[in-house]
Design a protein around this ligand. Structure first.
Ligand SMILES: [Zn+2]
Ligand SMILES: [Zn+2]
Length: 82
């Protein structure tokens, strides 16, 4: 039996308000980094264990500041779908 993991942010269960560290503007959620980058991009190895495991249980979102263009990434822990 396999569990299905879902990202609560992708599914609209939570909302995140990130403010820009540069200018303090509210940053926009550009969606999952996985949608922009190759899944095996080295970035995904940066802050945890095996890339495969991380891809299963975490969702990395890209936030971008509309004012100054700074971007940041937010790691969201996925939850087991009902
Ligand atoms: Zn997500
Ligand atoms: Zn900014």
């Amino acid at each position: 039996m396999e569990f299905q993991f879902n990202c609560p942010l992708c599914n609209g269960l939570i909302s995140v308000r990130e403010t820009c560290p540069e200018c303090g503007s509210l940053m926009e959620d550009w969606g999952r980094v996985q949608d922009y980058l190759d899944p095996y991009h080295p970035y995904l190895d940066m802050n945890t264990t095996a890339p495969g495991e991380q891809r299963e249980k975490k969702c990395v979102h890209l936030f971008k500041c509309p004012q100054c263009g700074r971007d940041t990434r937010l790691v969201v822990n996925q939850v087991i779908a009902p």
